[in-house]
Structure formats: C-alpha cells, structure tokens
Write a protein that binds this ligand. Sequence first.
Ligand code: BDR
Ligand code: CA
Length: 318
Amino acid sequence: MTQLPVIIDTDPGLDDALALIIALRSPELDVVGVTTVAGNIGLSTTTRNAGRMLALLGRSDIKVVSGAAEPLRRPHLDAAEIHGGDGIGGVALPEPAAAPAGTDAVGYLRDELEKRPAGSLRIMALGPLTNIAHLILEHPETAARAESIVAMGGAVRDRGNVTAAAEFNVWADPEAYDVVLRSGLPFVLAPLDVTRKVLATPDWSGRLDAVGGPLAEVAAQMIRAYLANIEAMRTAKGFPEAERKATGFPLHDPCVMLHALAPELFSIERLPLRIVCDRSDADGATVIDPASTFFADVMTGVKSDEALALAFDRLSRG
Ligand code: BDR
Ligand code: CA
C-alpha cells in the first residue's frame, strides 16, 4: 500500500485527540510528525496532550515539535469551556514517553518538506493556522513543496460556532488563515458546513464503549466529556444559541483524516474566499466573495453515515 506522508499540526483538544487516533490507526497514512500550536488551550498543554496521545497509541517514536504560542497579531484566546482546562476534558491519559523534540515547528516543517520530493507531504492542520502562516511567510518556496494544506476551519454557508459568523480556528487567528489563503498553495478546507454533519451522538459513543479496548474507551470518554461541557454551557450567556441545541459532538478535526482516507465521501467546491480580519462583528468569517481572486477547495457536502462508519472503524482499532 502506498502511504500518504502527513504532518499533523494540532491543538489537542478533544476532537484533535480523536483525529490523532484515527490517523495513527490508519495504515493508509504515514504520520511523519506532529507540530503543536496554541488554540483550544495554551501551547504547553496542547504539546503535552499530543505527547500523551502518542503514548496512548504506542507511537512515542513520532516526534512532537511545538510551535506558536500566540496568533500572528492577536492575543491567544482559548476554548477551555469546551475542551476543559487540560484540553482533553479530564480524560485520564498516560504522560508523554518522550520530551518534545523541539520548539521550532516551522523549522521542522521546513526540513521535512525540503528532504522529501516536492508535492509529496500533506500538512493536516487541525487548529489555528499560525504555524503554517509562519512557514509560508518565512519559507515561501519550501512551503510550496507541500502536497496540500488540508485544514479544519471556517463556516462558508453555515453559521459560526464562536460568533454567528466565525468558526473557532479562523476566529482565533484570522490573519493566519488570510496568509494561507493568499499564498495560492493547494488549500483544502473542512468547514463547519460538513463537520457538523459528522455527529457523534451519545448513542454512537455508547456503541464505541461497547466495543471496548483502550482507544475506543478513551474516544467514548472524550465524546462524553465534550457533551457534558456543552451541557454546562447551555445556559451560559454569550454562547451561540444554535450551539446550545447540539445533540452530539461534531467530529470537526477527524474530517481532515476521513477526507484523506475516503475523499469520495466529501463533495468539494472550489470557492473564492475572503477572510474577515477587521475586528468587526464578522471578524473571523470565511466569506464566499465572487470578487476574491483567492480560492480554496472547500468540502461542502459529506456522506455522513459512511464518514461516521469509517471514524467508528478506526477509533475502535484497539
Ligand atoms: C475547531 O475548533 C476547535 O475547538 C476544534 O478542535 C476544531 O479544530 C472547531 O471549530
Ligand atoms: Ca483543533
């Protein structure tokens, strides 16, 4: 089998953790390394969580390299209400078996892109795009060697999940998304429009639990932790009304892996986009703008049942 080499840039994060399990239980993917970014929680915690997940998966041979602690031009704002103060909903995990391999995620990405054939290494981006934007700004020719950047982020026709307009990863660092979009590199987006349709319900996580095994159990605990945190936020002021009605855990970040494993499950539209970075009420929006000359391949449809079945299969590979 030809494996797709990938580097996962991530901010674990409950759904990031599920995405890591799916990636590491998919022989179709060769996970070369993991880079971390501040997002759902601060950088030291996302880095620790990446190491903890690799320890759980028995893959501490994979390097973790930390990156940006702050967005390009803004302070870091986290999503601890949803992911918990430890970023993984209080779920028990082993400690990292190895210290992070470094703190220069951009240099690590540069080196891995330089030493492989151009067009072979995919960057799977599961958090704010700060590290990837730095790579493009500092090493544009090297960044262009990526096969593609496939990112979870945005809400193109759907509502946002932080504000009415903005999805978290874009909202957290819109300038970084803008840099990546304008770079002209192959840029594939998994927005809320599809990730909300890949919904892990309490019943679904119950079936995972029934499978048993350490990974399925951790995955089920993480889904329950997310649902409990959302429940606690239902009455919170400022939490978007629509999010309060959530009946399951949208498998946001796993969609990036599911797309790599089974692209036929997703329909893609090449759309002209504009990222709103003006600190208005629409800040962080990913707007379809016919006047824009910057395009992304946007996942706008998904075969939900098949995508969930694929996620279930990989999460239950003990
Ligand atoms: C995205 O934001 C984060 O909270 C999740 O990990 C996911 O990457 C969903 O909006
Ligand atoms: Ca994430």
